[in-house]
Design a binder for this molecule. Structure first.
Ligand code: SF4
Ligand code: SF4
Length: 440
């Protein structure tokens, strides 16, 4: 509570943050702005009250995109405040049964790759009936959104789905752990496979430690603090065993949403005598893959694809981790033409489970984002977060655009000697001629 009181005191209510808040932009209600939510949370905490229906409605509509934190001149840590408010809501407010059912289902499935695989297989059968579910009051739109986000077919299992150590393919310069994650290896194993090829080519040994799994972010954002902390502690134990063993130069994360959470483990466990030090150590080593590639240096390019790439910066990348230029610099160095997306600071509406729990707002943000991206006439879209890829991918299909969306690391791997990303093969992209370095 002390931390939240300090945050509440630091807000001077200037309202600068309202200009960059996606929900205020769409809904125009002060209570759907950061300042309005801060007022509601302040009132709840200062009076020691349980959450009310009004507080829940407006906090639930918050994307946790953290655009307000990038804008705030007073350094208000809205992330920690809204996380605390969500945990308080979970403990003090009785949601209606449809809400409880949806949240329990998401928390029981998404963090567990095997359960998710089964659920997606079932979703494949149910998907044609998504439209029939939509009229069901309170539940229908969410169930339909969930089915429509599920892929038509699941990719095959990755060989990176179990603990292992992968040797560097060049002279070894370091040793890193790679977060396998939960939903990402099921939905898009190409991302971590491209990461492994790229990092080993850079001379990094990669370990996928025993016991590591979901970072806890998905459940943390729906207020399930105990479940999130248990997941975080499992990871901290797994990574600390490696740090204390052969040592680690970094913990590499390929989903910026997970990166924001893992970088916050130090704060999460600051008052836990058994975990405070270990969590701070893990947070200090946690790096987005583009930070690691920048630090160790991009390998020489073997082909110059020269494609026009619209770079979509995920909120968790630009606002959560304040990583703004590294991915674009790397893509440019690899030979791509980078175009910034107008209104790039505004969320695409993915936001963890937001696009399932708040499908109407998420749908409006998705359409707005796709419209802005397509103004750049890209040949390819790049980003650093699977959630955004899924959300924008759905928007592209809805608007009947065929431009592919990929993770930045897939493009970096391709330009420096990896195979053409499968999505580009499927869409008939031509393999560019080898560069002089590769031809020598
Ligand atoms: S959060 Fe920051 S920008 Fe927003 S009202 Fe408070 S001080 Fe102003
Ligand atoms: S996190 Fe995003 S949606 Fe929530 S108040 Fe801040 S800017 Fe608005």
């Amino acid at each position: 509570m002390q931390a939240s009181e300090k945050i509440l005191r630091s807000c001077v209510h200037c309202g600068f943050c309202t200009a960059t808040c996606p929900t205020y932009l769409l809904l125009g209600d002060e209570l759907d702005s950061p300042r309005g939510r801060i007022y509601l949370i302040k009132d709840m905490f200062e009076n020691g009250r349980p959450a009310t229906k009004e507080v829940v409605r407006h906090v639930d509509r918050c994307l946790s995109c953290l655009s307000c934190m990038s804008t705030c001149p007073s350094g208000v840590n809205y992330m920690h405040l809204v996380d605390h408010a969500r945990a308080h809501i979970e403990k003090t407010y009785q949601r209606d049964w449809t809400d409880r059912l949806m949240r329990a289902m998401l928390a029981a499935i998404l963090p567990y790759p095997n359960r998710l695989r089964w659920a997606l297989a079932l979703a494949g059968f149910a998907r044609p009936f998504a439209g029939l579910l939509r009229p069901i009051p309170k539940l229908g739109a969410r169930l339909a959104a969930m089915l429509e986000l599920a892929p038509w077919r699941l990719p095959p299992r990755t060989t990176l789905d179990h603990p292992q150590t992968i040797s560097a393919t060049a002279t070894q310069r370091g040793r890193v752990a790679l977060l396998s994650g939960c939903a990402q290896p099921v939905l898009n194993p190409d991302i971590n496979e491209a990461t492994v090829r790229l990092l080993t080519r850079m001379g990094l040994e990669i370990v996928l430690p025993e016991g590591e799994g979901c970072c806890g972010a998905l459940v943390h954002h729906i207020g399930k603090e105990d479940q999130a902390h248990a997941a975080a502690k499992r990871n901290i134990d797994a990574w600390c065993a490696e740090i204390d063993g052969k040592g680690l130069d970094a913990i590499v994360i390929t989903a910026s949403g997970c990166g924001t959470s893992i970088k916050d483990y130090g704060f999460m466990f600051r008052n836990d005598p058994a975990y405070a030090e270990k969590a701070a150590k893990v947070s200090a080593l946690a790096k987005d893959v583009t930070e690691v590639v920048s630090r160790f240096g991009l390998p020489d390019t073997t082909r110059k694809p020269d494609l026009v790439v619209a770079y979509h910066s995920a909120c968790s990348m630009q606002h959560g981790q304040q990583i703004k230029d590294e991915p674009k610099k790397l893509l440019k160095a690899a030979g791509f033409q980078i175009r910034d997306v107008p209104e790039g600071h505004i969320c695409c509406g993915s936001a963890g489970t937001y696009n399932i729990l708040q499908p109407e707002i998420a749908g409006r943000l998705r359409a707005r984002k796709v419209g802005n991206i397509m103004k750049m006439s890209p040949e390819v879209i790049a980003t650093g977060n699977l959630g955004c890829m899924t959300q924008i991918g759905k928007g592209l299909r809805e608007a009947q655009h065929t431009v592919p969306i990929l993770h930045s690391v897939e493009l970096l791997d391709w330009a420096t000697g990896g195979p053409m990303p499968p999505v580009l093969v499927e869409r008939g992209f031509a393999e560019p001629a080898p560069t002089a370095i590769a031809a020598e």
